[in-house]
Design a binder for this molecule. Structure first.
Ligand code: ATP
Length: 241
């Protein structure tokens, strides 16, 4: 980690697919140790912003700086080597592999440094003891909430400056959503910096410090989570509607 400025600074980001931009002049930042939510209706461009940070979608204009380094033009494998990590929507685990093997895959770029990988594994198990208990179990046999914990743990294994989470609560039972919310709170207590894409305003307001609302690829609102928790989020409901 380096510097005292925001851990993630996105300025005037425009990007999209083919010839069309779906994200327009987006400005957002995440402070060190801050949890920030990106809310918005289907198709607003939330996933595209996360994919742009990972270099999976090229920014056509603007810049993306992580921990003081401009990563806008870096290839994805370099970005994933300690700058940023993503838990994609649907988790994308290797369900035939054990929990531990899925976690170790997050540390591919560190594979020659076995002590570091073991230390990171120990820190993930300290954060999520249930994963230690299930470390030899095939990931397919875990519940949805537990699988999401593996996806979060896999991000931590790359020791990134910023964690990107794409709808971790989607398609989960209420119990599993609660498990995921607790896992995110545990991450926060550990001082992690998060950018969380969520459709559930309640989960975002519970876990985060600040919220942005994206609509039609543009940031249309920014507010503190406290504001949202006080129930003053009719504006957000309107935007999400
Ligand atoms: P959701 O909540 O439904 O996941 P989102 O806010 O994450 O939505 P994106 O997935 O970023 O939205 O999509 C933004 C726009 O880009 C949508 O109009 C979508 O159809 C389009 N889009 C997404 N992926 C591609 C792609 N690979 N090729 C072309 N267009 C795409």
């Amino acid at each position: 980690m380096s510097g005292t400025g925001p851990v993630l600074q996105i300025e005037s980001l425009s990007c999209g697919y083919g010839r069309f931009d779906v994200v327009h002049e987006v400005n957002l930042h995440v402070g060190r140790g801050e949890a920030v939510a990106l809310l918005g209706p289907n198709g607003a461009g939330k996933t595209t912003v996360l994919r742009a940070v990972m270099g999976l979608v090229r920014n056509r204009r603007g810049s993306i700086v992580v921990g003081g380094t401009d990563i806008s033009d870096l290839p994805t494998h370099r970005i994933a080597s300690g700058h940023a990590a993503i838990a994609p929507e649907g988790r994308r685990l290797f369900t035939d592999l054990s929990v531990e093997d899925n976690l170790i895959l997050g540390a591919l770029h560190l594979r020659r440094d076995r002590p570091r990988v073991q230390a990171l594994l120990a820190s993930v198990y300290a954060l999520f003891p249930v994963l230690k208990a299930y470390r030899r179990r095939r990931s397919a046999f875990l519940s949805g909430g537990e699988q999401q914990m593996v996806a979060i743990g896999r991000m931590l294994m790359s020791d990134p400056e910023i964690l990107l989470l794409d709808e971790p609560s989607i398609a989960l039972s209420p119990v599993a959503v609660e498990i995921v919310a607790r896992a995110l709170m545990a991450l926060r207590e550990r001082g992690a910096s998060l950018l969380l894409v969520e459709q559930r305003v309640d989960v975002a307001a519970q876990v985060c410090d600040r919220l942005y609302v994206l609509r039609h690829g543009e940031i249309v609102e920014e507010m503190s989570a406290e504001h949202a928790r006080r129930g003053e989020h009719s504006m957000i409901d309107t935007y999400l509607g």
